[in-house]
Design a protein. Structure first.
Length: 79
């Protein structure tokens, strides 16, 4: 037998194992407002950070500083 140990197609080549999440995102319709990026230089982070902290605490029911700092990092572009 020549050609190595593995034969056939890989998971990337087989259509049964396609990325279902990417297919779902393509099929969904989003509002036009979400197509435009936000200029984060114009956002006053010192105003929005307390709101983020209270909103995350409201949604979770308890204060989670790791999650709050993660959200800050996403907005700063550092995460």
């Amino acid at each position: 037998m020549s050609g190595g140990f593995f034969r056939g197609t890989s998971a990337e080549q087989d259509t049964r194992f396609s990325n279902k999440q990417a297919k779902l995102l393509k099929s969904q319709k989003f509002p036009l407002e979400l197509e435009h990026p936000v200029d984060m230089t114009k956002v006053k982070m010192d105003v929005i950070k307390p709101w983020i902290a209270t909103r995350v605490t409201e949604l979770l029911g308890f204060e989670d500083e790791v999650l709050i700092n993660f959200v800050y990092g996403l907005l700063d572009g550092k995460a």
